[in-house]
Design a protein around this ligand. Sequence first.
Ligand SMILES: *Cc1c(COP(=O)(O)O)cnc(C)c1O
Length: 368
Amino acid sequence: MTKCDIPFVNLSLQYEKYREEILDKVDEISRSGQYIGGEEVLKFEKNLAQVTGSEFVIAVGNGTDALSLILKSYNIGKGDEVITAPNSFIASAGAIADVGATPVFCDVGTDYNLDPNKLELSITSRTKAIIPVHLTGNPVAMDEINGIAKKYNLIVIEDAAQAIGARYKGNKVGSLGHAAAFSLHPLKNLHLMGDAGFISTNDENLYNHIKQRQNHGLKNRDESQFWGQNSRIDALQAAIGNIKIRDFDAITQRFCDIGAYYQSMLSAHVQCPVIASHNKPVYHNFVIQSRNRNCLMESLSKSGVATKIHYPMPLHLMESAKGLGYALGDFPVAEQQSEQILSLPIYPELTDTQVEYVVEQVKTHTNK
Ligand SMILES: *Cc1c(COP(=O)(O)O)cnc(C)c1O
């Protein structure tokens, strides 16, 4: 095969597809003078509710805010513990620390998600909530997690930042716990053009509370009922979201098709994602494992295939987590995975030829 150059993402290519429509909207909204909230945001929230299969959606500033707004709304803070996965993006634990609570980690399984069999070991009398992360867009074993949560009376907050559109036993992620946090960051599957996120829930009281909390606790224009924060979404971002979400099924299908192709072509050569038969993942990342991960990464890079590691350092080993008292060896599965995992390029704009090239190169460089 002739050499290809395959970037890990290509956001400007996606922009080209929607360029005229987006520019028209920018002009329309700029002229309207309605820049924060308004019709576009309400419409976007409705569209997002469909995608998540939940009754209520609140668009917020970003995915991290989505997590912390939910935690605060459940009155979780100082003295409380919240359990999450040590192999996630920093924000899963950062949001817990940011509300004053203590992040507690629990090791993951071969599917990179919280291992329900280890969960009870992390529960103490201070535990208030669990944040299962649907890492790479592959749903967590939610029935098991919810069962344990019920037994200990814990809140379940899905971190669905990477999993918009994924399904667990036929149900959409975002409707599987008490509430869910999503990110609309440019690198997440519904790539917006700036920071944004949203919360989904079926709990009307929670919905009303967060609506107010995201807007300074205001109950009307001039009166604040409780201290809140400012975490809203711009009309421009919502408008871009409304344009892209029309193609949501096609975008998601393309992620799934590429993921399925990688699975079928590569599973004999490298460790491919472990997907439960009742899961429909959205392959936010396609993660393989190799004992010679760093060499493989280097060789692929020389062949024009850009890869990344999600994530090279488990959260309990971060400098930020120093005060939590963890050490190397505490979460052996997550630690070992962090040394072997490698994410291949996966995004809707990849052509079939490019995807085939990635497969060829991975095969060539792992069989050496
Ligand atoms: C991206 C991400 C977040 C945070 O979302 P932002 O919009 O960047 O704040 C949280 N959790 C996970 C698992 C993520 O991947």
